[in-house]
Ligand binder design. Sequence first.
Ligand code: SAH
Length: 375
Amino acid sequence: MNVHVNLEQKAKQNLLGMTLQDLEAFFTESGEKAFRASQVMKWVHQLLVDNFDDMTNLSKSLREKLQQIASIDAPEIVFDQTSTDGTRKWLMQLEGGNKVETVYIPESNRGTLCISSQVGCALDCSFCSTARQGFSRNLTSAEIVAQVWMASRLLGKDNRDDRKITNIVLMGMGEPLLNYENVLKATEIFMEDNAYGISKRRVTLSTSGVLPKLDQLGKESEVSLAVSLHAVTDEVRDSLVPINKKYPLKELMASCRGYIKNQTAKSSHITFEYVMLNGVNDSREEAVRMAKMLKGIPSKINLIPFNPFPDSGYECSDMKVIENFKQQLINLGLVATIRKTRGEDIDAACGQLVGKVEDKSRRERKFEQPRYGMN
Ligand code: SAH
């Protein structure tokens, strides 16, 4: 597989990040029939081919033409690690040298791929290690989709009856709503029948609450929404999720209500993520306040045990406190679950993604050789 971009390829259009509509425009502008778009889309995203020669239902001349004007170009995988619990983490090196991480979390009844939307993050949440590296740049739609394409290839055959990746969550590095256009295109490709065909219930975008964009998303997309709540007073949320100073809780809740109103599916709900920080946001009063605040919003609360990293300054709440908090929410009529921590031994858990592999002396780590094929 050619993962290096040479100068000649630079001018070519990378098909990985194109929606069906983009591909149709691309083909008609190149003097071809629009229906080629769905054919090529299936080759790229369902059969996971990386060259035009394999596209046997295209004429030889069209294949040669595509060779000249288009590419299927994914970043290079520089690390591929598997945790003792089966969680697998990849580090991708992008053009220009930046790196981002992608995590695969297999469970008995599903396989979730957690993907990144930006290099680093600008939001500076105080309990997240990605924040420490600051913001470098947005990923292109091709770089976002490439994470799913590459993972599908590396995980082996991903046909529709026996899928390895059943769910995609935008919960890796970055704030997806600050890279709105590219993220929206990528989610369209995930949900597109000619591509991955994953249902909208299984494609989840997680945001800290960039409100104008959240309102726009509600009107333009049907992806499932997760909101990083983490606190129930502005005072605490200001200190954990600084964007709260710009878009405080009252406005966030109004936007969430609006989002639900715009969704056509009756089963729509919002997942509220709540990191459990010892002595910071885990009291009984806070559970009561949460129930009041979320009243009328179809919601699921996902309590996330805090994943530590060096010098974070926070501790995870006791498991007993987390259990009690959950039970209290349930008693107050909410749906609440505790997120199982996965991939801790390879720093693949929530908030531990930093896109680098230095500092490995902290723990004994096992690196698998990077693999580049469909084997
Ligand atoms: N920018 C998006 C996606 C971030 S990551 C957002 O803010 O939603 C997904 C989730 O992991 C978020 O809820 C985030 O707040 C949470 N998270 C970040 N650092 C964490 C940590 N150290 N422990 C547990 N959860 C963390």
